[in-house]
Write a protein that binds this ligand. Structure first.
Ligand SMILES: Nc1nc2c(c(=O)[nH]1)N[C@H]1C(S)=C(S)[C@@H](COP(=O)(O)O)O[C@H]1N2
Ligand SMILES: [Mo]
Length: 448
């Protein structure tokens, strides 16, 4: 029986003859139970080395996740009418910049990295939390003010980390689990997590470096907290620490390999067994991923039948165009992918249709200069009646890109009903969600 298992002394201690409390004997720790008792943790794998290696992997990984996450938010052009998913963000949006259209695969790349890396880091995150689990049960909860602050930041760190990873994974696996609100949860969760992460990394990085270089601890406090990572009474080892690390790393690589194909494309696509929308749903020019079918979006045959018209507003004259009239306008081609926030993307597809800038010029919507080069931004609306994705704003820079189309055809065939027939938006480097399908109205130079 180790010391901490002995019953605690009764609360009413010895009293002096006059009844006043006797000077307290040196306080001894109360009996700790369950996971609060150091002897409870017996895995021989825990220790400073394993925790440090996992931390050293997570540090750059989480920085890349945060940066690509910020880029994804910028890609939504939240400054434009109707696009902002977190309108109350305040100072958290001061860094935003206009999202470019060059290189055209930019969002496909940044979001592919974000999602693949996020999935691949799950085993590392879980192993890291597991490796420090005994420290989460330290008792007493706080020895000093600094210790208390450190532990509160740990709460945000572990809770925030599990939260952002969980919301991200749930979003890519079950797209509409948090309709609309996913963005808020993930966005604010990420900022809270990153605040705690920054403090944690700044405080712990020096000791991680010392551990990995085999240098001694610098202070007694550091030495004590490093020693506390290892079990005081370990069970016999069945796996070495390097072996444990290989299991975690192997798990990460396997997850990366079975996820990356959804954005990498080509023959790799068949390996994306973990990605719910990683594989081709059919053959032919329209045989690429469908996130939301016409039926799921509530689009009826009447919405897109012969009576369908495109309304163009915001210029000196309003236009109402049928699909035949659109097809009679100069048709332009662009080879562009669709890249979803969920990480999957299509290879470059050959779209054709009318340039958005040409439509602006036709409607007499010109901001500066003349003709298509001076086109303003546009607010796009769909025949879809409800839902967050029925409309989106595109910036002037996006409209002016000669590859930004109101697409009528893909791969030489008319768009299928599920891919947005009669007309959909396609813009280089645009997040998939802003490539609105079943478009019915374009309002140049203005929001709703
Ligand atoms: N009207 C409308 N357009 C939409 C959507 C939608 O739900 N409604 N989904 C968007 C999303 S999230 C993506 S990723 C792409 C997917 O396009 P696809 O289904 O044609 O491959 O379309 C976008 N356009
Ligand atoms: Mo999407």
């Amino acid at each position: 029986m180790d010391d901490s298992e002995r019953p605690a002394r009764p609360a009413d201690g010895p009293r002096a003859e006059d009844g006043s409390p006797a000077p307290a004997p040196r306080a001894r720790p109360p009996a700790l139970r369950g996971p609060f008792r150091p002897g409870f943790w017996r895995s021989p794998l825990r220790g400073p080395w394993l925790t440090s290696v996992l931390g050293a992997v997570l540090l750059p990984g989480i920085v890349v996740l945060f940066l690509t996450g910020l880029l994804s938010y910028a890609a939504y052009n939240p400054g434009l009418p109707g696009n902002d998913t977190t309108p109350d963000k305040g100072l958290l949006g001061v860094w935003l910049f206009p999202w470019p259209t060059e290189p055209y695969w930019l969002y496909r790349f940044t979001q592919g990295v974000h999602v693949t890396l996020g999935v691949a880091l799950v085993p590392v995150l879980l192993a890291k939390v597991w490796s420090v689990a005994p420290r989460l049960f330290t008792w007493p909860p706080a020895r000093s003010l600094t210790h208390a602050l450190d532990r509160v930041s740990l709460l945000f760190l572990v809770g925030g980390g599990l939260f952002v990873f969980a919301t991200g994974i749930l979003n890519i696996q079950l797209e509409y689990l948090f309709p609309g609100s996913f963005y808020r949860l993930h966005f604010y969760g990420a900022w809270v997590f990153m605040a705690a992460f920054t403090v944690h990394a700044a405080v712990r990085l020096p000791r991680v470096v010392r551990v990995l270089r085999g240098r001694p601890a610098r202070t007694a406090e550091e030495d004590a907290s490093l020693t506390a990572l290892a079990a005081p009474d370990p069970e016999p080892a069945t796996l070495s620490r390097r072996g444990a690390l290989a299991v975690v790393g192997g798990g990460s690589l396997l997850l990366a390999a079975t996820t990356a194909g959804q954005s990498a494309g080509g023959p790799l696509r068949a390996t994306a067994v973990l990605a719910p929308r990683g594989r081709e749903p059919g053959t032919g020019p329209n045989g690429f991923q469908i996130n939301k079918t016409a039926a799921a979006a509530g689009i009826s045959a009447a919405d897109t039948g012969p009576d369908w018209r495109l309304t163009v507003r915001g210029g000196t004259r309003d236009l109402v165009l049928s699909r035949a009239e659109l097809l009679a306008l100069p048709q332009r081609e662009a080879e562009l992918p669709i890249a979803c926030v969920e990480g999957w993307s299509t290879p470059d597809l050959r779209w054709s249709g009318v340039r958005l800038a040409d439509l602006a010029a036709l409607a007499g919507a010109v901001d500066d200069g003349g003709g298509p080069a001076g086109a303003p931004g546009v607010f796009v609306e769909s025949a879809q009646r409800g839902g967050a994705f029925r409309s989106a704003s595109l910036s002037a820079g996006q409209v002016r890109d000669p590859r930004a189309l109101l697409a009528l055809r893909v791969g030489g065939a008319g768009l299928s009903a599920d891919h947005g027939y009669p007309a959909r938006i396609i813009v280089p480097a645009n997040p998939g969600v802003h490539n609105t399908k079943w478009v019915t109205r374009l309002t140049f130079g203005g929001g709703r």
